[in-house]
Design a protein. Structure first.
Ligand code: SF4
Ligand code: SF4
Length: 220
């Protein structure tokens, strides 16, 4: 009988649609999917990147090249003293680990759900700032060699805010980084409290800032 047990799996699939007409159709990707990056802007259009190079420093594939420059007093590009003058990502090297997103102090770099991009030459594979920076509507600038279906650039600035600093449940439901919204904001994930049926204990986004690290106690 043992030799036939494998057929149960096959027979169990009869009549079910288990394939999609890819690439015309794509399966929904998880919210935290790590796809092609974007460089975000604030709601007033200012760029979030301050040219600090932390993303380039942390990248294990060494595929980010950043050069910062001083903002001019009359026409600043970002709210800080400096901005990202040059920004490039080499997608022939990128492994989509998202360490650059974690490292960024201003949430300037995040990832979309777009993973269907194929290059015919090396030049296309190296994305420049002009290609990575979101447009005036906060949307990714779609390139001819990318296959976008639907709104795969929704919630691009959400990934990092959904992360609880230090893994502490005390941060659940709170914007863990800053109150600055930018484009693509979604409600924070509720995590452990919601799973435990205590979602009414989850604070809203409008609540005060997260507790200071020192207030979290030994289980932080
Ligand atoms: S996702 Fe990882 S490999 Fe790709 S640019 Fe960011 S840090 Fe580098
Ligand atoms: S994307 Fe973020 S980490 Fe990278 S240079 Fe700009 S501000 Fe710094």
């Amino acid at each position: 009988m043992g030799r036939f047990s494998g057929f149960k799996v096959t027979i169990g699939q009869v009549g079910k649609v288990v394939t999609t007409n890819y690439p015309e159709e794509k399966r929904p990707k998880p919210e935290r999917f790590h796809g092609r990056h974007v460089l975000n802007r604030y709601e007033d259009g200012m760029e979030k990147c301050i040219g600090c190079e932390l993303c380039a420093g942390v990248c294990p594939a060494k595929c980010i090249y950043v050069r910062g420059a001083d903002n001019s007093v009359d026409a600043p590009v970002s709210p800080g003293e400096r901005y990202g003058f040059v920004y490039e990502i080499n997608y022939l090297r990128c492994i989509h680990c998202d360490l650059c997103v974690e490292a960024c102090p201003t949430e300037a770099i995040t990832e979309t759900k777009l993973f269907e991009f194929s290059f015919a030459n090396r030049e296309d594979a190296i994305y420049t700032k002009a290609e990575l920076l979101v447009d005036d509507d906060g949307r990714a600038r779609r390139q001819p060699w990318e296959l976008w279906l639907g709104n795969e650039d929704d919630h691009t600035s959400a990934w990092m805010r959904a992360t609880s600093p230090g893994g502490s449940a005390a941060y659940e439901g709170r914007a863990g980084w800053s109150a600055e919204l930018g484009f693509g904001v979604r409600q924070p994930e509720q995590g452990q409290l919601a799973e435990a049926g205590q979602s009414d204990l989850v604070p809203s986004r409008a609540d005060d800032a997260p507790p200071h690290f020192d207030e979290l106690g030994p289980d932080r």
